[in-house]
Ligand binder design. Structure first.
Ligand SMILES: Cc1ncc(COP(=O)(O)O)c(C=O)c1O
Length: 380
């Protein structure tokens, strides 16, 4: 049967390709963004305990109350933002589901969504499969600053949505207070909705403050804010995320969520609620990853790899222009095959602009993994 594709330009993602290649060749995998170390064993014990105690049936569609309450309490404490756990907080099956549902709730056929490239690979397909058009605005190498003038010029009567991500994958840049003010000026008096992907909110370096949309009342009032427990608790495979938004937006979000997954697995929600309510894990996460970033940079110092500033996330872009002028996809493949280190080419996150000579490396790895990878990288 010949099905007309709704996403004709989408193939297997580069993350799958590089992770598979790394596994086939026994290369060190600094490509896909996941830790190669385990989570806190107490978190696993908590999940097992909740399973044994019989919390194994469907969770409520919006998430278990204790987890929603803990999420709301965290937003109040960290960002001074009041969200009602009953009507303004929903637990999802990962940040990716939250992003998809938010886009699906807002985008009607023919609507436009402003997306900045490079961007996480689910944004544009989420817009397109819902009949929308992604208006892609390039963030330019090497500083990747948001060109707010261009954003203003790109807003049309069809624009419904602006999608933002800070700390940013893959560039490891962060939005500043000045960015938030520029954004607030642009959206004032419009009906624009914001999807703010803040899955790396707890991984931010050098004393910087995470500029959540939740901190700014005029932005909060029009934002879906997306979080991911996978990133925060080293459990990307559990696929548990969340979204907060004002009640009117959340009502529409939940209409989609209840028919995409209905609800998210029950025992992990109870365990994550205990950790979140007990303020475990996330307060020290920035320091934990900053040490890993610094170790990785120290280990490759003096080599021909040139690091770009990594201000948040667990990613590091490395400029390789002193090594070769090969395109980033070719070089990433050759680096995996010939030197045994897998990375991600930034072209995987681009739609319009030519890729720079830089690769993304994930440093959410054991120190010995980083040491072994750095030794190979230093040889180039
Ligand atoms: C920027 C960004 N947004 C969203 C996600 C998805 O998070 P989750 O694994 O919770 O679906 C990721 C995961 O890599 C990401 O990097």
């Amino acid at each position: 049967m010949n099905l007309s594709s709704k996403l004709p330009s989408v193939g297997t993602t580069i993350f799958t390709v590089m992770s598979r290649l790394a596994a086939d060749l026994g290369a060190i995998n600094l490509s896909q963004g996941f830790p190669d170390f385990d989570c806190d064993p107490a978190l696993i014990d908590a999940v097992a305990r909740h399973m044994r105690e019989g919390r194994n049936q469907y969770a409520p569609m919006q998430g278990v109350p204790v987890l929603r309450q803990a999420i709301a309490a965290k937003f109040q404490e960290l960002y001074g933002a009041a969200y009602d756990p009953e009507t303004e907080v929903t637990v999802t099956s990962g940040g990716t589901e939250a992003i998809f549902d938010a886009v699906a709730a807002v985008i009607h056929p023919g609507d436009e969504a402003i997306v900045f490239e490079p961007c996480y690979d689910s944004y544009v397909p989420a817009v397109e499969v819902n009949g929308g058009k992604a208006i892609v605005i390039p963030l330019r190498y090497p500083d990747y600053a948001v060109p707010w003038d261009e954003v203003g010029a790109a807003i049309s009567p069809r624009t419904r949505l602006i999608m933002l991500n800070s700390p940013h994958n893959p560039t490891a840049t962060i939005l500043s207070a000045a960015d938030m003010q520029a954004l607030a000026r642009l959206v004032e008096g419009t009906g624009l909705v914001i999807v703010s992907d803040e899955v790396y909110e707890h991984i931010i370096f050098d004393g910087a403050q995470h500029e959540s949309m939740a901190r700014y009342a005029p932005l909060r009032a029009r934002s879906f804010i997306v979080g991911s427990f996978g990133k925060t608790y080293h459990v990307t495979g559990w696929k548990v995320g969340c979204v907060v938004a004002p009640a009117a937006l959340m009502t529409e979000f939940r209409k989609v969520h209840q028919f995409v997954t209905f609800s998210t697995n029950t025992p992990t929600q109870y365990a994550l609620a205990e950790f979140l309510a007990g303020k475990r894990g996330y307060p020290e996460l920035s320091a934990f990853y900053q040490r890993k970033r610094d170790l990785f940079l120290e280990l490759i110092a003096g080599s021909r790899w040139k690091p770009l500033p990594s201000r948040g996330t667990y990613f590091q872009l490395l400029d390789y222009s002193a090594i070769t002028r090969e395109g980033d996809m070719d070089f990433a493949l050759r680096l995996t095959r010939e030197h045994g280190v897998a990375s991600i080419p930034t072209s995987a996150f681009l739609y319009k602009q030519a890729p720079p000579l830089a690769l993304r490396f994930c440093f959410a790895k054991k120190d010995e993994t980083l040491r072994a990878a750095a030794e190979r990288l230093r040889g180039l």
